[in-house]
Write a protein that binds this ligand. Structure first.
Ligand SMILES: [Zn+2]
Length: 320
């Protein structure tokens, strides 16, 4: 404990020193002394494995043993064969935790790794406007559809909520219904995450700068409907991954304040007031006619590039 960094070989050598100091050690043959050194070494190794990390992975990665005070013990790891945790050097695994999800228990390993992807410059800069009709509309007028799975999930969740509310309190049926609902939420969560990651990754890879409207999604909508909350959560996850991939590929991701992005003309800057239901921007001053969200996305890009007043600055770069 006092001298970390001592090796198995140091212990073997130390046996000879002990043999000179203690007659009972000297009376043993060298192999017997070595066996004692081996056992001591094994105990030292186990001590460090147990007390410094709280967990130990079998060399083949098929089982994990928790050695902290929670008495969880030894667990068999099943599941995705492509994600072999044993292929990571143990030293890179910085944290391990167990999560309970509606469909089982998961061991989550936080792996310390440098992820840097060489960005191929495209010369394209883009502003994006997150919306209800489309997942987003960009400043070139391209749109990304909301995945159909979101609508399907919404319907299913509604049905399961109804079913739960029709069961009796503390009944077995209520327990079952609650589990089903929890699993359905888990499924939406996973679909949303998958969609958010893929869409964000594609966006970053194909542009050299991204500007978005910083809506502060958490407090955006007060009267929550289910459809809304699914959308809000997917925007949140999407922006998270845009920032993440942006940092990884060193592509700037700029949040702009949401003031007047939909009301101003992206051609000449004139204020063109419109209600929420008006889908088209028509400017009487310069004659620009654009889809409402397309106009907003152009304003977002302009603002990020400092072409208008009210520029709010760059996001602090994330370390990945
Ligand atoms: Zn105009």
């Amino acid at each position: 404990m006092d001298e970390r960094g001592i090796s198995a070989n140091d212990l073997q050598t130390y046996c000879a020193v002990l043999a000179q100091e203690y007659f009972f050690a000297a009376s043993l043959n060298s192999q017997a002394r070595q066996a004692a050194a081996d056992r001591a070494w094994f105990a030292i190794q186990r001590f460090y494995q147990n007390c410094t990390t709280g967990w130990k992975l079998d060399p083949d990665g098929k089982r994990i043993t928790f050695t902290d005070g929670c008495r969880i013990g030894r667990l068999r790891l099943v599941g995705n064969k492509k994600q072999e945790i044993a292929t990571f050097p143990i030293k890179q695994i910085k944290r391990v935790r167990i999560l309970k999800r509606a469909d089982g228990y998961y061991v989550q390993c936080a792996v310390n790794a440098d992820r840097k992807v060489e960005h191929v410059f495209t010369g394209a800069q883009v502003g994006i406007d997150l919306g209800i009709q489309f997942f987003y509309t960009d400043s070139n007028g391209n749109t990304i559809d909301n995945p159909r799975s979101f609508r399907k999930a919404e319907k299913k969740l509604k049905r399961l909520h109804r079913r739960l509310s029709h069961t009796q309190k503390k009944s077995a049926n209520r327990k079952k219904a609650r589990q089903k609902l929890a699993k359905a939420y888990l499924k939406v969560q996973r679909q949303r995450e998958d969609f958010a990651r893929k869409t964000a990754s594609a966006l970053i890879s194909s542009h050299d700068l991204i500007a978005y409207e910083d809506l502060q999604i958490a407090n955006m909508v007060k009267n929550h409907t289910l459809a809304k909350s699914i959308n809000d959560a997917s925007w949140g996850r999407f922006l998270h991954w845009v920032t993440y991939y942006g940092a990884m590929q060193e592509v700037p991701v700029i949040g702009v304040a949401p003031h007047f992005t939909s009301q101003n003309c992206s051609g000449c800057g004139k204020l063109v007031k419109k209600s929420l239901s008006e889908r088209t921007h028509t400017c009487v001053q310069c004659g620009l006619v654009l889809d409402r969200d397309h106009n907003a996305a152009r304003n977002i890009l302009n603002e990020a590039l400092g072409r208008t007043v009210g520029h709010t600055g760059t996001n602090t770069p994330l370390s990945v």
